[in-house]
Design a protein around this ligand. Structure first.
Ligand SMILES: N[C@@H](CCC[C@H](N)C(=O)O)C(=O)O
Length: 262
């Protein structure tokens, strides 16, 4: 089976051109094996690109645990770049993902601008601020200069598997350090559900952080820095507190292609 490896600010994916719909989509053990970093290709997730009437393509996302996931923002941007590489699109895309339809554009420098779902609101909960940007996220703001040493794995895992969220399908957990100088990036580290570890970046996660930061005065576009690189999120905040015209912007890069015996 032919595969392509893509990464968006260090969030990496096995991409499969499944327009012929031959991939065994219910074989979760296979997906898990392909995502394994020692015995497989290695990735945070696996994405099928499929044809779908009315759209340029459909994106089917699996987390590294092998199960179907919710929306993947970095994966969505990588799928747009993959579709361009395949010749399925030129520099604009209209596709369907787990959370509904998305539009995207590809700039001349390769920056992919992905329109995310509108976000109705955000909730203060004991673990932080909760909002859904296509995937569920907790956003927790940390004191200055504490993010680098923070135990993201232990604390993220405790929240994700804690009584409240585990009973509701879990959540991703983002730890944030606010910039000390205006205009500098908001720094983010994320524990990702379904990868069950810290990833180098999470697209729906930085989107959640940017919208939570808007409540602390951040203006659109919000610059964000992850372990894997820089992203920006732009949005329009409505009088009722909801967010529309939400865009996740950043690089999406082809790494290598290969064939693997299933
Ligand atoms: N890395 C993704 C998020 C993928 C889904 C998430 N792990 C979940 O299960 O909610 C992104 O870039 O948004």
């Amino acid at each position: 089976m032919r595969f392509h490896k893509y990464q968006g600010t260090g969030n990496d994916f096995v991409m499969i051109d499944d327009r012929a719909r031959t991939f065994p989509a219910d074989d979760y053990a296979l997906v898990r094996r392909l995502c394994e970093r020692r015995r497989g290709i290695g990735a945070d997730g696996l994405i099928l690109l499929r044809t779908l009437p009315g759209y340029d393509f459909e994106m089917v996302y699996y987390n590294a645990d092998g199960y179907l996931g919710s929306m993947c923002g970095n994966g969505g941007r990588c799928t747009v770049a993959f579709a361009q590489q395949l010749g399925v699109i030129q520099d604009k895309a209209h596709f369907l993902a787990a959370d509904g339809p998305h539009e995207a554009t590809v700039d001349a420098d390769g920056t992919v601008r992905l329109r995310m779902m509108d976000v109705a609101g955000q909730q203060e909960v004991p673990d932080g601020i909760f909002l859904n940007t296509g995937s569920p996220h907790i956003v927790r703001f940390l004191p200055a200069s504490s993010l680098a040493e923070h135990n993201v794995y232990a604390e993220g895992r405790a929240i994700r598997f804690g009584e409240f969220f585990n009973a509701r399908g879990g959540t991703n957990v983002n730890f944030v350090e606010e910039p000390q100088v205006s205009g500098q990036p908001w720094q983010v580290r994320t524990y990702e559900r379904g990868v069950e570890d810290e990833t180098h970046s999470c697209g729906t996660g930085v989107t959640a952080v940017a919208l939570a930061a808007a409540r602390r005065g951040a203006a659109s576009p919000v610059p964000l820095r992850t372990i894997g690189g820089d992203l920006s999120v732009s949005f329009r905040q409505q009088p009722d507190g909801s967010f529309t015209e939400v865009y996740l912007n950043g690089p999406a890069e082809f790494v290598f292609a290969g064939d693997i015996q299933l």
